[in-house]
Design a protein around this ligand. Structure first.
Ligand code: KG4
Ligand code: ZN
Length: 344
C-alpha cells in the first residue's frame, strides 16, 4: 500500500510517500523558518499561506522522486491535529480533496503519534511495549505505548515544553529561531564555569511531570548578573548555552530512567524536534545503558516535523481498515489518549 503523507501543522510543509512493503520511497521538507525569523516565532497566517503555496508542487516532487503517478497511490494521510488551525486546514483540505478525486481512502493523523512512530522508519526499531519521551516545541510528555493508538500519559510539562524552553533561552541571547539547534551548536564551544549551574526542575520529588519555566528565569538571572558584572562575552554566552543544555538533558534523563523503572520496560523511544539533540541522545544511551535499557530514535530530519512520519502512521491505520469521514474535524488540541487503538 502506497500512502502519501502531508504534514502542515506548524511551520514545515512535509510530504512523503511510504510503501507498506518497500518502506519510505521519498520525502521532502520545505521549512518556512526564514519567513518567521524576523518575528521571532511562527506567525499563523503566514504559515497557512505558505502551506497553500507549497503543498501541491511538493506533492509532484515526491511523486517524481518515487517514480509514481498520482493514480498509483492507495491512500492519503494528513495531519489533522494538534497544531495551528489554518495550517492544519491547508494540508487537510488538499489531502482530502486529492483522495476524493482519486477515489482512495484518506485518514487524519495525530501529529504526536506521527512523531512517536518515526523511529519505526529506521533499521533499529523498538518493540512494544515501550516508553516514549515526546519532546517538541509544543509538547514534553512521557507516554507508555502498548500498541499503536494505545497510549497512557505518564507525565508532562506543567508549563513550557522543552523545545519552547530552548527557543526562549536562545532568544534571550539573540540567537535566531528555532533556538534548540542554535543553543546546541553554541554549547559545543562552552566550558563548565564555576557557579554557573542551572536547576534540574522537579527531579527532587517523585513523579514524572516536568517544569521548564523556572529554568528560563534562572537563565535570564544568570545573563543579567553577567551583564551587570561586565562578565558577558562570547565565551560566557557559550558557557551559558552549555549549562542550559546540560540542565535540560539531565532533567529529561532522570525522568526517563524513572519512567522505565516505574513501567518495568527496557526500551525508550525519543521523538520530536528536541530528540535530534546529540547530547540528549548520548546521555540517554550511556545512562540508560547502565540499567540495561535501549534508546531508539529517528535520523535528525525525521525528528523535526516531516511528512514521512504522517505517511507511516496513516499507512498503519489505513492497513487496519481505519479511514476518516468527510466531516472529520481539525483539532487544535487533541490528547493522545483519545486515539483509537489499531485493532478494536
Ligand atoms: O517537533 P518539532 O519540529 O515541531 C513541533 O512539533 O513543535 O520541534 C521543534 C522544536 C523547537 O523548539 C526546536 O528548537 C527544537 O525542536 N529542536 C531542538 C533541536 N532541534 C530542534 N532542540 C534542541 N536541540 C536540537 N538539536
Ligand atoms: Zn512536531
Amino acid at each position: 500500500m502506497k500512502v502519501l503523507g502531508l504534514e502542515t501543522s506548524c511551520d514545515e510543509t512535509g510530504l512523503a510517500i511510504y510503501d507498506t512493503n518497500q518502506g519510505l520511497l521519498s520525502h521532502k521538507i520545505y521549512s518556512q523558518i526564514e519567513k518567521h525569523a524576523e518575528y521571532g516565532g511562527v506567525v499563523p497566517e503566514l504559515a497557512s499561506r505558505d502551506h497553500i503555496r507549497k503543498t501541491l508542487p511538493l506533492i509532484d516532487e515526491v511523486l517524481a522522486d518515487a517514480g509514481l503517478t498520482k493514480q498509483q497511490l492507495d491512500g492519503v494521510a494528513f495531519t489533522s491535529g494538534p497544531g495551528l488551525v489554518g495550517a492544519l486546514m491547508a494540508g487537510a483540505t488538499i489531502g482530502r480533496s486529492l483522495a476524493m478525486a482519486l477515489g482512495i481512502p484518506a485518514i487524519g493523523v495525530h501529529h504526536m503519534e506521527g512523531h512517536l512512530l518515526a523511529p519505526m522508519l529506521e533499521e533499529k526499531q523498538p518493540a512494544m511495549p515501550f516508553v516514549a519521551l515526546l519532546v517538541s516545541g509544543g509538547h514534553t510528555q512521557l507516554v507508555r505505548v502498548e500498541g499503536i493508538g494505545q497510549y497512557t500519559l505518564l507525565g508532562q510539562s506543567l508549563d513550557d515544553a522543552a523545545g519552547e524552553a530552548f527557543d526562549k533561552a536562545a532568544k534571550m541571547i539573540a540567537l535566531p529561531y528555532p533556538g534548540g539547534p542554535q543553543i546546541a551548536l553554541l554549547a559545543q564551544s562552552g566550558k563548565k564555569r564555576e557557579g554557573l549551574i542551572f536547576p534540574r526542575p522537579m527531579t527532587d520529588r517523585p513523579g514524572l511531570d516536568f517544569s521548564f519555566s523556572g529554568l528560563k528565569t534562572a537563565f535570564l538571572t544568570a545573563l543579567h548578573n553577567a551583564l551587570d558584572n561586565k562578565e558577558f562575552d562570547e565565551q560566557f554566552k557559550a558557557d551559558l548555552a552549555l549549562a542550559f543544555e546540560e540542565a535540560v538533558v539531565d532533567t529529561l534523563t532522570i525522568k526517563c530512567r524513572r519512567a522505565l523503572e516505574q513501567e518495568k520496560v527496557s526500551q525508550l523511544v525519543i521523538a520530536g524536534g528536541v530528540s535530534a539533540n546529540r547530547r540528549l541522545r548520548q546521555q540517554l544511551e550511556s545512562k540508560l545503558g547502565q540499567i540495561g535499557a535501549s534508546v531508539f530514535y529517528a535520523r535528525p530530519e525525521l525528528c523535526t516535523d516531516n511528512g514521512a512520519m504522517i505517511a507511516y502512521a496513516g499507512a498503519q491505520r489505513l492497513l487496519a481498515g481505519q479511514t476518516s469521514d468527510l466531516d472529520l474535524a481539525i483539532r487544535a488540541r487533541w490528547p493522545l489518549s483519545e486515539l483509537r487503538p489499531l485493532t478494536e
